[in-house]
Each structure stands twice: as structure tokens, then as C-alpha cells.
Write a protein that binds this ligand. Structure first.
Ligand code: AMP
Length: 480
């Protein structure tokens, strides 16, 4: 099968639960609803009933398409998945959970060396139907398990066969719920327990909505196997370092989640304070770009005393302008998505805070909107430092050639987005705001230095390549 360039990336949300006394299908549904921000393209659920793995995968939102006749999936062990869309064609064959009737598998993350791994598998006679990391990991895990007869050995072998970020929940025909995390802990995965039940989720909000107590994170490089009566945990590989994704704190996770013991709300508040400490801009009002930047604007306001106002109103029914394939479409969609409030901005010196500037499309559109609505001056700040390099581990940022800060210095970006001033978070400010040691964070997209060798090789190849790439799988293929 030809590997199309429109392969889907795996930026998603996962949930898994095992309860000896009660049906978990409702819990999985609520868990996925709470993780909906991590993926709106497709959703899926797998449970075990009468010794059989049952799976449903649907397009669209959990509340709209997954709900009907969900009782058919009732069972004591189950997993669920929400999927994030990027450019290109979509097919339900790539949706998750993926199942081979022995395992049902759902993951969040991305393999940096997917192209290489896939080619090796095909070379060794594996037949692949989809175009996704999940499929190749499922095949590898199954074959590793059959060979070694142990989950620990299966994951240990997997960690030698693939490189990248992967948080996994899995269901087995033997009525086991398995959770595992890659050796660097690139993508989040937390665990909760209440009574005799165990749950795993990409973010703690999915435990909250189920009234399950958060007990902490699944340790990087570890695997947990839970059944209705037992729970066992192993470190399948010892970890030299951690590399938690900083962008989970900046943008991706919900503000009411707790990752690695750090509240996302506190981090974003700190990032706003750090911006206030770094720049001596004196605005009349600070306006967040909804919704992610609200907390940072609150932090900025608390430190400076500058009032924060909802000067940009978001149409809550428009999603995903960021991931529309064409720049022209993204620009048009911005106008539909966000509208400035004249009464808040007219005649004022306005500071707009956004969580990040990726391609610069959003900033430029918003600066112009606010100026046209009557602002005297428009300043822009980003809670994230300049993004200069792609992500190979599961955040859909952009291709190298699209990243505005990969090509331009800050003054040129300011001119391009037509702001009166532009202030980025410093790297030190970001690390301090998150509050984890620098060595425990993945800062690949900010520094172009990755915690795994293959990702570094891809970047170097892209940089040497004079033809700008239009998508990231193609970038990966260059170095495969
Ligand atoms: P851009 O127009 O490309 O500079 O996009 C920046 C905007 O997109 C910011 O407002 C971010 O909140 C948002 N954003 C950043 N990363 C992502 C992502 N991975 N998916 C969706 N939106 C994002």
C-alpha cells in the first residue's frame, strides 16, 4: 500500500477504565466528552462483552455521534479515543481504538520514525490496512507479546523498535486494561482510582467528570496492567531523562487539568505574570485571544493592575481554523470565528495576549481587527517563546516552512503582523512558569534540539532541503 502524504497525525485524547462492580461505558463517554478539545475529527470506544471485544468508531463529536445505543457496549473494562484532524484526506480506517480482536488499542502521540517503522514492517511481511502510528504499534505489540509472552517484554521491545511520543491504553481479550507511556513521557497520561476501579486518561479533567480521584501520572517507561481484581505495575525501561511537552501547558491541555503535579491554570497565570515582568508596555486594557489565553491575561492584569476585558468574542460553533489546509481559508475563517468589541477597544492602547504564534495568521488578523475597531495602538504578546521548529511527537504545529519564527526575527514578525510592539515569552520565563526542571521538558519546537535522535535527523534533513515541504510526513520521508 502506498503511504500517502496525507497521513493522519495522532494528536488525540485517550481514556480507559476498569470497574469490578459496574458498567464503565458511561464513564468512558463522559471521559471522552471531557477530552473533546484534544480531538474533534473522530471518536471511538471498545469494551469487552461475553468474551468479545466490541468496537465503535464514528466521525465527529462524541456527544453527537458516539451516543446512540451505547448500552450495547456495556462492560466492566473499556477504552476510548478522540482524534484530532490535520490536513488531507480522512478515513475511519485510521480512527481508534484499533483492534485485531485480541487487543484493542488507543494512543495519543506520534512516532517520529513512522515511515521507517512502517517500511520495516512491510518488508517483514506484515499487511497494513491503515495509515497510522496506532496500526503499526498494535502490530508490533501483538507480535512482541506472542514472542515474549509478557507485556513488560512486549513494551520493552517496542521502545527499541519505535521512536517518539506515545501514551497508550489497551484492552485485551483476557479482560485486562493496560496503560503505558513512552520512556520520555512526551505525551501526558494520568491515573485515578476510586473504590475498586482504576482509570487512565490523557488529562485529569476526564477523571474529574467521572468523580474519580487523581492519584498521579503514569510514569514514563512504565506499564500498568489492571484487571477486575488486580493491578500490577512495571518499569519496562529505565529512563535517562524525561521530556514532557511544554505545549501541553501552553495550549493543548484544558486549563483545569493537572499534568505532572502542575496545574495548567497556575502555569498559564505565571506565564502572564512573566510577560508583565519582561516588558514595560503600558496598555489601557489587556485582551486575551479566546479561550486559551484568558488565564495568562488574568496573570498579566494581576501583576500590572491593567484591567482585563473580553474584547474579542469567539463564535463557539466555529472550530479548527488553525488546521484548515489553505492559508486563504484560515484567514477568512478567522473573521467568522472572532469579532472585536468596539466598546472595549475604541480609543484605547490595547494589549492582545495569545498563547502562541505559529504561522502568524491569527495574530495578523486579530491585530488588524482590533485596529479597525478603533484601537489607538495594538500591542501583541505570546505566552510561548518563538516556535522555530516542527513537532515530531504529536502536536500539530506546522511544517518547517510555515513557521513564521523559523524564518524571521522578532522585529520582522512585528512588521508582518502589523502590531505596534511584539513581546514573546522568554525561554527562561516559560520554564519558570511551568515549574518543572528544564531537563524534564521537551523544548524541541523552541530550540530545534530534540530528545530523540531520529527527530533530530529529520530536522537536519529538512533544513538542508531547499524545496519547502508542504506536510510533515513528506518531511519525515526525506530522511527515511
Ligand atoms: P497561527 O495563526 O498559525 O499563528 O496560529 C496561532 C493560533 O493557533 C493561536 O491562537 C493558538 O491558540 C492556536 N494554536 C496553536 N497551536 C495549535 C494547534 N496545535 N491546534 C490548534 N490551534 C493551535
Amino acid at each position: 500500500m502506498k503511504i500517502t502524504h496525507e497521513v493522519k497525525r495522532e494528536a488525540c485524547g485517550i481514556f480507559g477504565m476498569c470497574n469490578p462492580k459496574h458498567d464503565v461505558v458511561g464513564n468512558i463517554y463522559y471521559g471522552l466528552m471531557s477530552l473533546q478539545h484534544r480531538g474533534q475529527e473522530a471518536a471511538g470506544i471498545s469494551t469487552i462483552k461475553n468474551g468479545k471485544i466490541l468496537t465503535r468508531r464514528v466521525w465527529g463529536l462524541v456527544s453527537q455521534n458516539l451516543k446512540s445505543k451505547l448500552w450495547r457496549f456495556s462492560g466492566h473494562i473499556g477504552i476510548g479515543h478522540v482524534r484530532y484532524s490535520t490536513t488531507g484526506t480522512s478515513t475511519l480506517a485510521n480512527a481508534q481504538p484499533m483492534t485485531d480482536n485480541v487487543f484493542a488499542f488507543a494512543h495519543n502521540g506520534n512516532l517520529a520514525d513512522y515511515v521507517r517503522v512502517r517500511r520495516n514492517l512491510e518488508h517483514n511481511g506484515f499487511r497494513l490496512k491503515a495509515n497510522s502510528d496506532a496500526e503499526v504499534m498494535l502490530k508490533l505489540l501483538r507480535s512482541n507479546y506472542e514472542k515474549h509472552g509478557s507485556y513488560v517484554e512486549a513494551f520493552k521491545a517496542l521502545s527499541r523498535q519505535v521512536e517518539g511520543g506515545y501514551s497508550i491504553v489497551m484492552l485485551t481479550k483476557n479482560r485486562e486494561l493496560i496503560a503505558a507511556r513512552d520512556p520520555l513521557g512526551l505525551r501526558p497520561l494520568c491515573q485515578g482510582r476510586t473504590g475498586g476501579s482504576t482509570a487512565f486518561a490523557s488529562e485529569s479533567v476526564a477523571l474529574d467528570s467521572n468523580s474519580i480521584t487523581l492519584v498521579g501520572d503514569v510514569k514514563p517507561g512504565s506499564v500498568i496492567v489492571a484487571t477486575e481484581d488486580t493491578r500490577k505495575e512495571w518499569q519496562y525501561v529505565s529512563c535517562r531523562r524525561r521530556a514532557h511537552c511544554m505545549f501541553e501547558y501552553v495550549y493543548f491541555s484544558r486549563v483545569d487539568s493537572i499534568l505532572e503535579g502542575r496545574s495548567v491554570y497556575d502555569v498559564r497565570f505565571n506565564l502572564g505574570i512573566n510577560l508583565a515582568k519582561t516588558y514595560d508596555t503600558k496598555p489601557d486594557v489587556v485582551i486575551p485571544v479566546p479561550d486559551t489565553s484568558r488565564t495568562a491575561a488574568e496573570g498579566y492584569s494581576s501583576y500590572t493592575g491593567v484591567p482585563v476585558a473580553e474584547g474579542l468574542i469567539k463564535n463557539r460553533y466555529i472550530h479548527r481554523t488553525f488546521i484548515m489546509p489553505r492559508q486563504k481559508d484560515r484567514e477568512a475563517a478567522m473573521k467568522l470565528k472572532i469579532n472585536p468589541l468596539k466598546s472595549v477597544v475604541t480609543g484605547k492602547e490595547v494589549l492582545i495576549i495569545d498563547d502562541s504564534i505559529v504561522r502568524g495568521t491569527t495574530s495578523r488578523a486579530i491585530v488588524n481587527m482590533v485596529r479597525n475597531a478603533g484601537a489607538k495602538k495594538v500591542h501583541m504578546m505570546s505566552t510561548c517563546p518563538p516556535i522555530i521548529s516542527p513537532c515530531f511527537y504529536g502536536i500539530d504545529i506546522a511544517t518547517y516552512s510555515e513557521l513564521i519564527a523559523a524564518k524571521m526575527d522578532i522585529e520582522s514578525i512585528r512588521t508582518k503582523i502589523e502590531a505596534d510592539s511584539l513581546g514573546y515569552q522568554t525561554l527562561a520565563g516559560l520554564i519558570k512558569g511551568i515549574g518543572l526542571p528544564k531537563e524534564d521538558l521537551c523544548l524541541g519546537c523552541l530550540r530545534g534540539e530534540y530528545p530523540t535522535p531520529y527527530a533530530q535527523r529529520i530536522l537536519n534533513t529538512i533544513k538542508e532541503n531547499t524545496k519547502p515541504s508542504k506536510n510533515r510526513l513528506w518531511e519525515a520521508e526525506l530522511s527515511a
